[in-house]
Design a protein around this ligand. Structure first.
Ligand SMILES: Cc1ncc(COP(=O)(O)O)c(C=O)c1O
Length: 393
């Protein structure tokens, strides 16, 4: 029903992914391929376009009134797709998840407090922690059976009285790990024992492939609900990141009041109307689109894994349960990280995210966003085959 093969020219449309490429990577956008930031090159679900058209055609674009339908749509979606019951009264909209994380830090920690992250981890975690004058406490993930695992024993010895909060990414970015209920329960128990607030960033939860399952943290560990804030959004799932709307969800009224206090203090209690309309429409109308997108992305994942490992002997693509961000370890090629980066950037003209961005454990890796029409992905993989051809001679 939906044509994910259709190539939409995004250059010159204010698409950060394509129009920031030259500035950030030095690759000429004319013939470069953007495989970095996490948005997709597909059109959003038609129901989103329709809802925005109604707004545009009416022509009145005044302040948005939250009449409660938005949080209802959110809750309907999560109960339907993830069998998790959120109460609309637990939901605080924020201008995106990253801004929500910053507001949470301001609400429940002090400058100088430590924030646990599990690197390699989404680079914006690091940036927002530092920008708020808090300190990163890296609990490096370990690899076990080709996937990531948390080492809570090691983390225990790193904690100090300043350790206050954990940024948990579920499913994990990068690496795409869908954490098991047991892993989540162990982390939740750990937070209980050490009096840590647990922030569960579940922005990628809808993008999980066959054979894997996302478990909401509140489902796996309902007993920690009082110290839990779950961050969710429609923006990643339905490719509307420019809408810049996210949600922080907590059943603890005191925690919510603190967060809402920071939202009010920042003048963020009134929302971007286009973003609210687009996100509500996506939850209400986007299901069929998502159900067709997932197998398409899964096909892209499999193609990337297969061809990249064949292109650069020794490279290993982490088998991803979810997300559309391929995570490739080039250590086994014997090339230096600089050599790999130069081949990908200068020979293939592909802008991938450098692994160092994700903190400890990322340095020999590159992250490739494969949420793009297959003609573009195939061209990118052909270029990578050329860029590493001497290794196969
Ligand atoms: C784990 C994670 N959280 C948050 C975001 C961004 O959220 P937002 O655009 O709502 O700030 C991303 C985007 O890649 C992400 O991967």
């Amino acid at each position: 029903m939906f044509d994910f093969d259709r190539v939409i020219e995004r250059r010159g449309t204010h698409a950060s992914k394509w129009d920031n490429m030259t500035k950030l990577s030095g690759i000429d956008a004319k013939d470069g391929i953007a495989m970095w930031v996490a948005d997709m090159d597909f059109a959003a679900p038609p129901g989103v376009t329709e809802a925005l058209k109604v707004e545009i055609e009416r022509g009145t674009h005044g302040y948005y009134a939250d009449t409660g339908t938005w949080a209802e749509a959110l809750c309907d979606w999560y109960v339907r797709r993830h069998d998790v019951t959120f109460d609309p009264a637990w939901v605080s909209p924020t201008p995106g998840i990253v801004s929500g994380l910053g507001l949470i830090l301001q609400a429940v920690t002090e400058p100088g407090d430590e924030v646990v992250v599990f690197p390699p981890a989404y680079h914006a975690f690091r940036k927002i922690i530092l920008a708020n004058g808090r300190v990163i406490l890296d609990a490096e993930l370990v690899q076990s059976n080709g996937r990531y695992a948390m080492d809570l024993e090691a983390l225990k010895s790193q904690l100090t009285p300043k350790s206050k909060i954990v940024f948990f990414c579920s499913p994990h970015n990068p690496g795409g790990t869908a954490w098991s209920p047991e892993e989540i329960r162990e982390l939740a128990q750990f937070c209980q024992e050490h009096d840590l607030i647990l922030v569960s960033d579940e922005i990628h939860c809808d993008l999980v492939y066959s054979g894997a399952k996302h478990t909401p943290t509140i489902t796996a560990a309902p007993d920690v609900a009082d110290r839990l804030i779950t961050c969710v959004a429609a923006t990643k799932t339905f490719n509307i990141a420019g809408a810049h709307i996210g949600a922080c969800v907590t059943s603890n009224p005191e925690l919510k009041a603190k967060l809402d206090g920071r939202i009010a203090a920042s003048g963020l209690g009134s929302y971007n109307g286009f973003g609210m309309v687009a996100t509500e429409a996506s939850w209400r109308t986007g299901e069929a689109w998502l159900d067709e997108l997932l197998p398409y992305l899964e096909g892209n994942r499999d193609m990337l894994d297969r061809r990249i490992e064949a292109a650069a002997p020794g490279a290993k693509s982490m088998r991803m349960d979810g997300t559309y961000l391929g995570w490739v370890d080039f250590t086994g090629t014997g090339l230096t990280p600089e050599d790999v980066a130069a081949r990908v950037k200068d020979r293939a003209k592909i802008f991938a995210s450098p692994g160092q961005q994700f903190g400890p454990g990322g340095s020999n890796w590159l992250r490739f966003n494969f949420a793009t029409p297959r003609p573009i992905l195939q061209e990118a993989l052909t270029r990578l085959e050329d860029a590493f051809s001497d290794l196969r001679a």
